[in-house]
Design a protein around this ligand. Structure first.
Ligand code: MRU
Length: 343
């Protein structure tokens, strides 16, 4: 199997700082933020300079290292550290990878007396593990293709969204390199345009043939036989297989079901939350109205208009053909397949 390579690093620990590729500037500019304080990582997560469930998990782990370093100079190092962990954990609520990473780091802090060196080793190990999970996912994903097809994807799941080659994007990239993909349709992904700005940029950089489309064009391309399968990521998957992902995923899943098109969710084990019985329990982040109204540019309304801006929606498991994770391809009934793979 030809294996995809990662071209950019969304998150990296270099020297004594956490370096983040500022994704708010892609595709126009490749600029890095150098974070030396945990609060800089927290604000980068909040403003989407670093985003994507696995990537914010890795960034959160490095933020914990910075918090432990900052705690050393405080009167109450433990109290400071605990408050910092809460701030990091709560930077964004939906992607469980963030709280998962913080809790893993907390375990190491407890057993080492908040030793920054031990915490840095753990954050690096977590990052390495994510890189390996991506590669395993791409390998399993190849089993899903019995011929060369055109696929659709949504939001961004590539090396910008993870520690390595990506989840759904890594799978698509691997399938392309192994002659299983003809063409990729990337939905623009309103309102923040992760599909148009980030996924199109990654497809372009990797020389994968693609077309960017508006979100409302996907169903007609399915009807025309031009999108033959959908691969996308997740931010949190409940024990019954319901999956939260970027707002608009649910609509795509409904359209795929109507057209009889396979709909695959691709995510590492760190995205599963087995403490939640179903997707109705997943907290959905609400974001600023400005993200929706930004499309108006200078042509602003006479007064702020009411806007609804949930960042994610939940796709019921009945619409999901399979969930690809680093342990294999999980299928319905999901309660059993998820429990036996991850429980
Ligand atoms: O708001 P974002 O850009 O962080 O949303 C990201 C997504 O919804 C991705 O599809 C998901 O995190 C999977 S990333 C491998």
């Amino acid at each position: 199997m030809k294996q995809p390579q990662s071209r950019v690093k969304a998150v990296e620990w270099r020297g004594d700082a956490c370096h983040l590729l500022d994704q708010t500037q892609i595709p126009g500019r490749e600029a890095y933020l150098e974070c030396r304080h945990y609060r800089e990582v927290v604000s980068a997560i909040r403003c989407l300079a670093v985003r994507g469930a696995p990537a914010i998990g890795v960034a959160g782990a490095f933020a914990v290292v910075l918090a432990a370093q900052a705690a050393c100079d405080q009167k109450d190092p433990q109290g400071f550290f605990e408050e910092a962990l809460t701030e990091i954990r709560e930077a964004r609520p939906t992607a469980v990878n963030l709280s998962w990473a913080v809790e893993r780091m907390r375990g190491v802090a407890q057993s080492t007396g908040q030793d920054p060196k031990a915490l840095l080793d753990e954050a690096r190990a977590l990052h390495e593990q994510d890189i390996q999970f991506n590669l395993d996912i791409a390998r399993y994903g190849l089993e899903l293709f019995d011929r060369k097809i055109s696929v659709g994807t949504y939001c961004n799941t590539g090396d910008l969204a993870t520690g390595g080659i990506g989840t759904a994007f890594g799978l698509i990239h691997g399938a392309y390199l192994n002659d299983r993909i003809k063409h990729v349709y990337t939905c623009e992904t309103r309102p923040v345009l992760q599909g148009l700005r980030l996924t199109a940029w990654e497809l372009y950089k990797n020389e994968i043939p693609f077309t960017a489309i508006c979100d409302n064009m996907a169903a007609s391309l399915m009807a025309a036989g031009r999108i033959e399968a959908i691969f996308l990521g997740a931010d949190r998957i409940a024990a019954n297989g319901d999956a939260a992902n970027k707002i608009g995923t649910y609509a795509l899943a409904v359209a795929a079901k109507y057209h009889g098109i396979p709909f695959y969710v691709v995510a590492p084990s760190s995205t599963f939350d087995l403490s939640l019985a179903s997707g109705t329990e997943i907290p959905i982040e609400q974001r600023d109205a400005k993200e929706i109204l930004a499309v108006l540019g200078e042509n602003t309304p006479p007064e702020p208009w009411p806007v609804y801006n949930p960042a994610f929606d939940v796709t019921p498991h009945a619409l999901i053909t399979g969930i690809v994770c680093e342990r294999g391809i999980l299928r319905a009934p999901y309660v059993e397949s998820i429990r036996s793979a991850l429980g």
